[in-house]
Design a protein around this ligand. Sequence first.
Ligand code: AMP
Ligand code: AMP
Length: 337
Amino acid sequence: MAGQSAYKIATLGSHSALQILKGAKDEGFRTIVVVTPDRISLYSRFKFIDKIIQIPDFSDFPKIENQLISENTIIIPHGSFVAYLGLEENKNMRVPYFGNKAVLDWESDRMKQRDWLQKAKVPVPKRFRSGQEIDVPVMVKSYGAAGGHGYFFAKNKKEFAARIKNFKPKEYIIQEYVIGVPLYIHYFYSPLTHKLEILSIDKRYETNVDSLGRIPSQNQQGLGIEPSFVVVGNSPLALRESLLAEAFKMGERVVATSKELIKGGLWGPFCLETIITPQQKFSVIEISCRIVAGTNLFITGSPYSALYYDKEVSTGRRIAMEIKEAIKTKKLNRILN
Ligand code: AMP
Ligand code: AMP
């Protein structure tokens, strides 16, 4: 098997590409970004990107696959892959892909995802099978909703009935609305060492839900403001240390259960999207089985990754470290798909 210099690391120019490619370069890889014309000016600014491959639209990705394969490229998926290429195109990708594609079906189907989390004994919000059952405020989520789009909030059964009439998606889930702090835990599971790390934690800033408190409720009355959950950015958060043990255990149970449910199991970066209630209990609203955008805060490392490494390790860099180790120990097949 070839040494590290034979491989290049590539990703699509979007989401967390800068972090991924900076991390790859820091670990000694040559790097490629695949971009649409409007983004060339951004990605050409950075010297850790060795090559820019332009495509007219992200959906043209299959046309450059042969080129990537001939250059011995490893592709790192991120949040834009399913969003811009679609689930099937992701699964059909022929370029060696970091991560387990079998996980994609479990992640994209909200019921399968819930089943996985419940089997892992991870607390999830209560689910209502029909509007009739609703007895607490709820959040209605379409399948495949991303970045906070495709959701609505309903205070009670009556509000739900009124709103669902205008909700276009046919597949959705009705979930208890959990009041607390949204906290996103960024994990990395190494299939080479079988160890789980928490690399960083973020909290999202969502509009307008996170800014509603700027207008006191008595002044909001009559304005007809509806909460929306569109993410605009992320901020770092250090968790109360006493909650960290549970955060590790939840992640470990999710990984262990994935090995029972999914051929090959989950590996690499993933994120548990949680809400912590005033009783200091986690409620897990979603799992993302790849690098999430909140890790972009930690390109120079985080208070958690510093506990394992004496260098600045982001999730992007951690991926490159895993690939480097797999090349060295001739286990690349174990981590690619
Ligand atoms: P973009 O690169 O902004 O076009 O985003 C690509 C995908 O990632 C979209 O599905 C976004 O909704 C999602 N996304 C981008 N930034 C974030 C973020 N900071 N947090 C969560 N999701 C994000
Ligand atoms: P998601 O796309 O699942 O990450 O959700 C987007 C945002 O909606 C989250 O960051 C939360 O602010 C909010 N959210 C989603 N599910 C719930 C829930 N069950 N209870 C309260 N807020 C939620």
